[in-house]
Design a protein around this ligand. Structure first.
Ligand SMILES: NC(=O)c1ccc[n+]([C@@H]2O[C@H](COP(=O)([O-])OP(=O)(O)OC[C@H]3O[C@@H](n4cnc5c(N)ncnc54)[C@H](O)[C@@H]3O)[C@@H](O)[C@H]2O)c1
Length: 431
């Protein structure tokens, strides 16, 4: 790790950490820092979210309210002025795409502008939002141009909502045991960020620059997005050839080296994978380079729900039911099991495709009580008796799949959730 240059005065140990953005990233991070004994100032632009936190309620279905209790007597506010008491500010706000698939850094710019206005002299400001390499150095650098006293760094978040990560004490949902990368715009910023995060994380890995840390985060997510697209494409090819992709993957996985298994699904969702890779495409294009894998995997992943729609259509046809007027029940609409997050869920483009042909779509997901498809219904034998096709999108906790096995509905299974029970049945279709 690069140490603080000798000719600079040592920065005092941080006392008050401000975290901007109390979402899937900022909230667990706040709970981790609360355990360090540092003072906390927690800021969110949403009044509703701040009110929830003040009432001790978790705004996120995968983080129980007990995590909000961990925040103790932290200041919780919508007011950026509260950053005045902070010698550290960490930015965890959304980085979506614009409609032309270019990065939308407006929330980052707003949060950074607030930090530049209010943080205390000599503060450390860390960006955690996923973004293109160069954002901290250039975009934040410009915003902090008149704050030469402030050190800027980047530390990518590796949170996987709902995952219990191993720690020295056993495991937790917060990610204390997940190695944390930090990279500063200067060696001094790197050293300060490493010292700060070492208080909350078991392993901190300093890298040479903020640009490297930003790029590493994109590589992690692109690696996943490309491999999910690849296995999705293989699934479609094997299906056409009469081969069961799951059986093939089980066989391939027996190779003890050089193969990493990714499982197919109905398409890709969540805050990260459908979006982050395009931050790299955009930045690479600006630099005159192409990222064909990124573009192609995006295309394949976005098309996957249409394959499931086609399978549902042919599954229904096999029992003489036309899609127009067919009663289709989705099981699980969250983007993955164990969470209630529906952003970018493939359930929505699939529902759109089925509804366009006249299907009547309902869903059951105990972790998503309501969404743009309506309210979650209860999965009962009676409901299944009134259902033409069940489409398993997520093997969601709390869904009793035995009821589906016992029913007469056609089953379209994108997760191989009932493969053991129903493979070979004339009403079972893998998709
Ligand atoms: N969710 C994940 O699993 C995950 C994992 C790794 C990285 N990331 C990245 O972390 C960043 C944050 O993602 P998230 O999932 O926590 O988002 P989120 O939507 O769950 O939460 C973001 C919060 O920021 C608040 N906010 C927006 N603009 C603000 C502003 N200017 N000032 C104060 N508050 C503001 C919003 O009200 C919201 O509560 C994104 O860049 C995302 O790509 C997310």
């Amino acid at each position: 790790m690069e140490s603080e240059p000798k000719d600079q005065p040592e920065s005092p140990a941080p006392r008050t950490v401000g975290i901007i953005g109390m979402g899937a990233v900022g909230l667990p991070l706040a709970a981790l820092f609360a355990r360090t004994g540092l003072e906390l100032v927690l800021i969110d632009a949403s009044e509703e979210r701040i009110d929830q936190l003040r009432r001790g309620e978790s705004p996120l279905s995968h983080l129980p309210s007990a995590f909000v209790d961990l925040l103790g007597n932290a200041t919780v506010t919508t007011s950026a002025e509260a950053l005045e008491s902070c010698d550290v500010a960490i930015i965890c706000v959304p980085t979506p795409l614009r409609s032309d698939r270019a990065p939308d850094l407006s929330a980052v710019r707003r949060a950074a502008t607030d930090a530049a206005e209010f943080v205390s002299p000599g503060a450390l400001v860390v960006l955690e939002s996923t973004t293109w390499p160069g954002t901290t150095r250039h975009v934040l650098g410009k915003i902090f141009e008149d704050r030469g006293d402030v050190d800027l760094a980047y530390s990518p978040e590796r949170v996987d909502p709902g995952r219990v990560n191993p720690t020295r004490e056993g495991g937790d949902l917060l990610g204390a045991g997940v190695p944390k990368l930090v990279g500063g715009v200067t060696p001094k910023a790197t050293a300060r960020a490493a010292a700060l995060y070492s208080k909350a994380f078991e392993t901190v890995i300093p890298v040479r620059s903020s640009d490297v840390a930003e790029a590493a985060k994109l590589v992690e997510n692109i690696h996943r997005a490309v491999n999910i697209a690849l296995v999705g494409e293989l699934k479609i090819a094997f299906d056409a050839m009469g081969l069961d992709v799951w059986e093939v993957l089980d066989a391939a996985e027996s190779k003890p080296f050089g193969f990493t298994r990714f499982d197919p699904g109905p398409g890709m969702g969540g805050h990260c994978l459908p979006i982050d890779p395009f931050y790299l495409s955009w930045a690479a294009k600006r630099a005159g380079a192409e990222t064909r894998f990124v573009e192609l995997s995006g295309e394949i992943n976005r098309a996957m729900p249409l394959f499931v729609a086609d399978k549902t259509r042919s599954a229904l046809r096999s029992i003489g039911v036309d899609l127009a007027g067919a009663r289709v029940l989705f099981l699980g609409v969250a983007y993955k099991s164990g969470v209630g997050i529906v952003e970018e869920s493939p359930a929505f483009p699939l529902a759109e495709a089925l509804k366009a042909d006249g299907a009547l779509v309902t869903y059951a997901d105990p972790l998503v009580p309501t969404c743009s498809l309506g309210d979650s219904v209860e999965l009962t034998a009676e409901r299944l008796a009134e259902t033409d096709a069940v489409v398993i999108l997520v093997d969601q906790a709390g869904i009793d799949l035995d009821l589906v096995v016992e029913s007469e509905a056609v089953v379209v299974d994108t997760r191989a959730a009932l493969r053991t029970e129903l493979l070979g049945s004339s009403r079972y279709f893998m998709a």
